[in-house]
Design a protein around this ligand. Sequence first.
Ligand SMILES: C[S@@+](CC[C@H](N)C(=O)[O-])C[C@H]1O[C@@H](n2cnc3c(N)ncnc32)[C@H](O)[C@@H]1O
Length: 206
Amino acid sequence: MDTESLIKEQIDFYRELAGDYDGQVYDQEHWENLANTIMKDCPHVGSCLEMASGSGLWTKRLLDYADSITAVDSSPEMHAISVDRISDPRVSRVTADIFNLELPGTYDLVFAAFWLSHVPMERFEAFWGLIAKSLKPNGRVLIVDSHAVGPGGGGDTRHLTDGREFTIIKVNHDLAELGKRLDTLGWDVDVVATTSNTYRVLGTFK
Ligand SMILES: C[S@@+](CC[C@H](N)C(=O)[O-])C[C@H]1O[C@@H](n2cnc3c(N)ncnc32)[C@H](O)[C@@H]1O
């Protein structure tokens, strides 16, 4: 499948999954532990752009660290769950495809959870260029995602509870390689494993 079709199918998959997302993806205790580890590194900022904000699990935590959050996701269904979860005027939500995003502004922090692995390698450089453009001077990026050991990159098959099958993008970044790649693109980042299958990226654009 070509990249454009994969991006579209990935958007469709998460729209369909939205109602089941939290229940399927998160073991509460595991998630809390991970969130506590990640948020220890989160700076206190004025404005935050959250990419692929989903059902708002991380948005809610980010409110302890940011005066305002612009949460971008392509799924109105995910945003609706986020609205149910968080009723706070400091959060504004934008429904948009990140790969065709008109930047709503510039921010002190760009945050993304479980999104980088869904960025196809062909779009990696453009995606990081978008983050660089989104940041105010001295702004920071904080990313958390999962990775698996072994070769990674390309399509991954997922199923909904009704059996429908979707192919989405899942890139397993090698952490050393990811750090080098970002350095080449002008980033000063620290990439560390947070658990056996998750990592975080924290840094600035040089
Ligand atoms: C794995 S979920 C992560 C959600 C949330 N960050 C979390 O960790 O709970 C991926 C999210 O990316 C969104 N998404 C998928 N493709 C997208 C695109 N092209 N542009 C914006 N959001 C997209 C989905 O709707 C979904 O909410």
